[in-house]
Design a protein around this ligand. Structure first.
Ligand SMILES: *[C@@H]1O[C@H](CO)[C@@H](O)[C@H](O)[C@H]1NC(C)=O
Ligand SMILES: *[C@@H]1O[C@H](CO)[C@@H](O)[C@H](O)[C@H]1NC(C)=O
Ligand SMILES: *[C@@H]1O[C@H](CO)[C@@H](O)[C@H](O)[C@H]1NC(C)=O
Ligand SMILES: *[C@@H]1O[C@H](CO)[C@@H](O)[C@H](O)[C@H]1NC(C)=O
Length: 624
């Protein structure tokens, strides 16, 4: 039984135990969490051997030889590797998850580049069927109601546990995505979440024309407002923010984190500003009602919406209509463009996507029952006092944002020839098939392969986040080399390459991949104040971590696509959602890099997928 609903609150001596309110995380969730296995620490020898195998397609023979000797030194019995490994194993015994806090700090909170483009993913939803601002606000009202409906499940612990390959998954990330916010610091950031606090928030933030409003979405009895009520409140907000604010205060959040950390300290010296910022941070999520963006041809439209979600288009458009530190911001344009952007520190894509699936289904429901309208107070507008110094910070942020906007090339493509169906009909993993196609596309452009990152979920383990699937292998390289060589037989190489990817994926989701383990050993060395082992200062290690292809499969029932920027100056960000009969994907690159071209790689990926299908079709089934 659910202890929360089962326990009669009146029977509880109030001094000893507080009655548990429904807004508290149900203990049912905690029982589930406790039943999950802990993330293992892989064996040292296994990781070292796999590391060398991973390097083989990426570095020269001489470099590999050099690294071999460093690895052998590292692994020597009684040596530094074993000592660090023991430290890691101790850490793993003591903690719920030896990795998660280190990962949160090193991958996110100590990462100093702007969260915009460099960290926060955007999600493009299918174009909504409205054409005017009434439609926009009605859609926004339904969307808010849909998120609140999902929130009820989180709050009352009735969110169904998810499974992957038959194993239950950690659900913790669901408890981190609402009512949370990143806060900048001069050297590192932090994340606060208010969902578990004594007084959980009851408002969302709405931003329109760069002006921020507190919209209370619950009645005093704890029931959520109806769609009609939310709509009326949104209209009031709209009517009182017809003029664009002169100072797009939100654009400050797009800065380099150290710069923003300093500007933030200044900004909140003022009491009014501090209260306004706190109201945004504490809100359940943000809804951005965007001004129309520049028109685009049908072909360009998807890519245009992708950048609207990812960075807002620059200071002239909607980049100031955001608070990029906020974990969840839904974005709704007047022309039916909609989607969201999320700050990456608290969660990965999958929980966000399952929230999106729920909300999109909810918005499709026909009109709700109309409720008698009780007049509600005007939503409070958040005030900011702008000092000359903050004004300077805003100007600088605008300039930098515009440079970044100019620099980002984003291509969103619908590959309509096939989806999961084709690889499945050949008993191949659709994800492995797409990853190998990407390897082929890259190889055709550059005649070499590169270090490739694909995120793998570690949620089979308590508080698990991700590890790296390294899609580049000797098998993927041999296939890519053979594909355009008429003297080679290719189909067996394709099968081997796809299989190698599947095997690596399997190993990664079981906590046996190499990247987080190597990071752990490195961080353990830092914590132990031992000198840095040479394998971490080696060129090969730098090559291995230079991800020219940063990729992710983010699946959703909704026909949407996620997008993000490259993680290295001369690389690509590639994200895809493979549906049954088509694949939507996004490819990004930086214009300032002469060697990269997102449009070209996107075309190359389409060709590679088609060529791989043709190869399979030409081969008699008996030979497959
Ligand atoms: C939890 O929320 C759902 C709505 O999403 C509702 O159907 C269910 O009755 C609630 N359960 C409890 C125990 O409050
Ligand atoms: C939420 O944030 C607080 C800090 O405000 C932190 O102590 C707590 O661990 C977080 N909750 C969860 C479930 O991570
Ligand atoms: C907003 O303004 C429009 C146009 O002036 C008006 O028709 C509408 O009633 C106003 N809505 C609210 C909620 O004040
Ligand atoms: C994904 O592709 C489908 C099929 O062409 C299309 O209808 C849908 O709008 C696409 N989604 C996005 C977000 O572009």
């Amino acid at each position: 039984p659910n202890p929360i609903t089962a326990a009669p609150a009146m029977a509880v001596p109030s001094k000893l135990l507080k009655p548990v309110s429904l807004t508290k995380v149900a203990s049912r969730y905690l029982i589930h969490q406790d039943s999950l296995p802990k993330l293992p620490v892989p064996e040292l020898r296994q990781t070292c051997q796999r590391y060398l195998a991973v390097l083989e397609p990426l570095v020269s023979d001489e470099e590999l030889e050099h690294t071999r000797t460093l690895v052998a030194d590292f692994m020597v019995p009684g040596g530094v590797g074993e000592r660090l490994q023991k430290g890691l194993e101790r850490r793993a015994r003591k903690m719920d998850n030896w990795l998660s806090d280190w990962w949160l700090q090193s991958a996110y909170l100590e990462f100093r580049m702007p969260v915009v483009v460099y960290s926060s993913p955007g999600v493009v939803l299918p174009r909504a069927e409205f054409q005017d601002r009434q439609g926009q606000m009605r859609y926004a009202a339904k969307l808010i109601a849909g998120v609140l409906d999902f929130k009820t499940k989180i709050d009352n612990g009735t969110l169904p546990v998810e499974y992957m390959v038959g194993k239950p998954l950690c659900m913790n990330q669901y408890y981190q995505i609402l009512s949370s916010c990143r806060i900048p610091g001069p050297k590192r950031d932090m994340v606060v979440n208010h969902s578990l606090g004594k007084a959980p928030p009851t408002h969302v933030t709405v931003v329109h024309n760069y002006q921020f409003f507190v919209l209370d979405v619950y009645n005093s009895d704890g029931t959520p407002l109806t769609v009609d009520q939310i709509y009326m409140q949104l209209e009031k907000i709209w009517n009182s923010s017809l003029q664009t604010n002169k100072e797009p205060i939100g654009i400050l959040t797009s800065q380099h984190r150290n710069t923003w950390g300093k500007a933030y300290a200044n900004l909140i010296k003022d009491k009014t500003n501090k209260e306004s910022v706190r109201a945004i941070q504490k809100s359940i999520f943000i809804v951005c009602l965007d001004a129309p963006m520049p028109r685009a041809s049908d072909e360009m439209y998807r890519s245009r919406v992708a950048v609207q979600m990812l960075h807002g288009g620059g200071s002239r458009w909607n980049s100031g209509n955001r608070w990029f530190d906020k974990t969840l911001q839904f974005i709704i344009g007047e022309d039916g463009s909609c989607g969201l952007i999320y700050e990456h520190a608290p969660a990965e894509g999958p929980p966000i996507m399952s929230l999106v699936d729920h909300v999109v289904e909810y918005t499709k429901k026909s009109e709700m029952v109309r409720s008698p309208m009780i007049p509600l107070p005007m939503p409070q507008k958040l005030r900011f006092n702008i000092t000359p110094e903050t004004k300077k910070d805003i100007e600088k942020a605008k300039q930098n944002m515009n440079i970044l906007v100019q620099d980002l090339e984003m291509k969103v493509i619908v590959f309509s020839h096939f989806g999961k169906n084709v690889p499945k009909s050949y008993k191949m993993s659709p994800d492995a098939f797409i990853q190998i196609a990407l390897q082929l596309a890259y190889f055709r452009m550059y005649h070499v392969c590169c270090s490739t990152y694909e995120s793998a979920s570690l949620r089979m383990f308590r508080l698990g986040r991700t590890d790296t699937i390294r899609s580049t292998s000797m098998d993927s390289l041999r296939f890519a080399q053979a594909m355009d060589d008429p003297t080679k037989t290719k189909v067996a190489l394709l099968q081997k390459a796809v299989n190698a990817h599947r095997v690596y994926t399997d190993m990664a989701i079981r906590g046996q991949a190499i990247d987080r383990h190597l990071l752990g050993l490195k961080l353990q060395a830092i914590e132990d104040l031992t000198s840095m082992p040479e394998i971490f200062m080696d060129t090969s290690y730098a090559v291995a971590l230079h991800y020219s292809l940063s990729t992710s499969q983010v699946s959703a029932k909704t026909d949407c696509v996620m997008c993000y920027g490259p993680v290295v100056p001369d690389g690509y960000g590639v994200c895809y959602n493979s549906m049954q009969e088509h694949i939507n994907f996004s490819v990004s690159a930086f214009n300032s890099c002469a060697e990269t071209n997102a449009a070209k790689l996107a075309r190359g990926l389409e060709e590679a997928l088609l060529d791989m299908r043709a190869l399979l079709e030409q081969t008699p089934k008996a030979k497959l």
